[in-house]
Design a protein around this ligand. Structure first.
Ligand SMILES: Cc1ncc(COP(=O)(O)O)c(C=O)c1O
Length: 357
């Protein structure tokens, strides 16, 4: 296998040498002026990234841990979880594991959310929060936030929690305009950062809800995050190298590429992957108008075991994925996200053509 494997996984994705160099900077203390200068640079950049006036915290942990923080702080007493793939199901597992009362509204893998059904269920029961997945990475589907947010806006005591782990930085996302109360983003996908620090946006309503939560622990307590922030401190020792990398990379995204250009680049890569698939009889999972700009999930035209294709491609220096859960071995997932460009994707598709011959 070549040394320089190109990572087109649905996350983590390739990280540039410039970003990796940030991880090797000398360590600093988290109670120092240098650290606070880093946070003062990063924080407004994260607000721009999420399109929010609310604070955005850089949470040291995985995407799932950021989701759990959202659930414990702002979820209860009764969550409605929307699912059409693995990550919707994961939110439900997380809620159960945390001992929270949650109802799963399961549309089935690869199926669109039904707004009518969501409205019917919301009218039926007194829910405190609705949880949805923006980019369902397991099926390569983009769930629109606005229709859900319009329903939630009709119910003054219901909060909206959004899993934007596979969309933040690569797909249009407006935390305030869309009335999102907690937005959990990811580092290792469209931001092309190493995993380990996740941007989490917290609305005023979420902060108020968190005050009455009894299960939020210490390190994940939104109120403590805010209290410490106001004192120019952080609650626990954060993943400082990743924060250096995040500040550098988000700065580069906003100031050099621009967010709009990055969204456009992701959309073009998804479009190209769909064209490639159509010409070869591979069928994207889910409806055409729901393609996820950061990840394409394709069923083969025949009964091929896609794990074999993934293995063959790996020998050629490309890492892609053969699916998760019920789709394992039955699909190919191409993660065209982060810093990858259209010419890079062409390289992957040409190699895939050679392997499939
Ligand atoms: C949509 C979505 N949500 C949540 C996660 C979980 O993130 P992590 O693996 O960092 O816990 C992922 C990771 O693939 C994801 O794609």
């Amino acid at each position: 296998m070549p040394d320089d494997v190109k990572i087109f996984l649905p996350g983590p994705t390739q990280v540039s040498p410039e970003v990796l160099a940030q991880l090797a900077r000398p360590m600093i203390g988290h109670r120092t002026a240098e650290f606070w200068a880093l946070m003062e640079s990063l924080s407004p950049r994260l607000q721009q990234l999420l399109n929010t006036e609310y604070p955005v915290y850089a949470y040291s942990g995985t995407g799932t841990q950021a989701m759990e923080a959202a659930l414990t702080n702002a979820g209860g007493p009764h969550l409605l979880i929307l699912s059409n793939g693995l990550f919707g199901e994961r939110w439900m597992q997380a809620a159960k594991g945390l001992g929270l009362k949650a109802t799963l509204l399961d549309f089935g893998w690869g199926k669109a959310y039904s707004v009518v059904e969501i409205q019917r269920v919301l009218e039926q029961d007194g829910f405190s929060s609705v949880v949805m997945v923006h980019g369902e990475t397991s099926t390569g589907m983009l769930n629109s936030i606005e229709p859900v947010s319009e329903l939630v806006a009709l119910l003054p005591d219901v909060l909206l929690i959004v899993d934007a782990v596979s969309t933040l930085g690569g797909v249009p996302l407006y935390m305030d305009r869309w009335g999102i109360d907690v937005l959990a983003g990811g580092a290792q996908k469209c931001l092309a950062l190493p995993p380990g620090v996740e941007p989490v946006g917290v609305s005023q309503r979420a902060l108020e809800r968190a005050r009455n939560s009894k299960r939020k622990g210490y390190a994940s307590d939104f109120n403590l995050w805010q209290e410490f922030w106001l004192k120019h401190e952080v609650v626990t020792t954060p993943a400082i190298p990743q924060l250096f990398a995040m500040d550098f990379q988000v700065g580069r995204i906003l100031e050099q590429e621009t967010l709009a250009a990055r969204w456009e680049r992701h959309a073009r890569m998804a479009q190209r992957a769909a064209e490639w698939a159509q010409a070869r009889g591979w069928a994207p999972v889910g409806p055409e108008d729901m393609r996820l700009p950061s990840c394409t999930c394709l069923r083969p035209p025949n009964e091929r075991d896609t794990a074999m294709t993934v293995a063959a491609l790996r020998v050629q220096g490309y890492l892609i994925d053969a699916g998760q859960g019920p789709l394992k071995g039955r699909v190919l997932r191409l993660g065209h996200m982060g810093d990858w460009t259209l010419p890079d994707l062409e390289g992957l598709l040409a190699t895939l053509d050679q392997v499939l011959k």
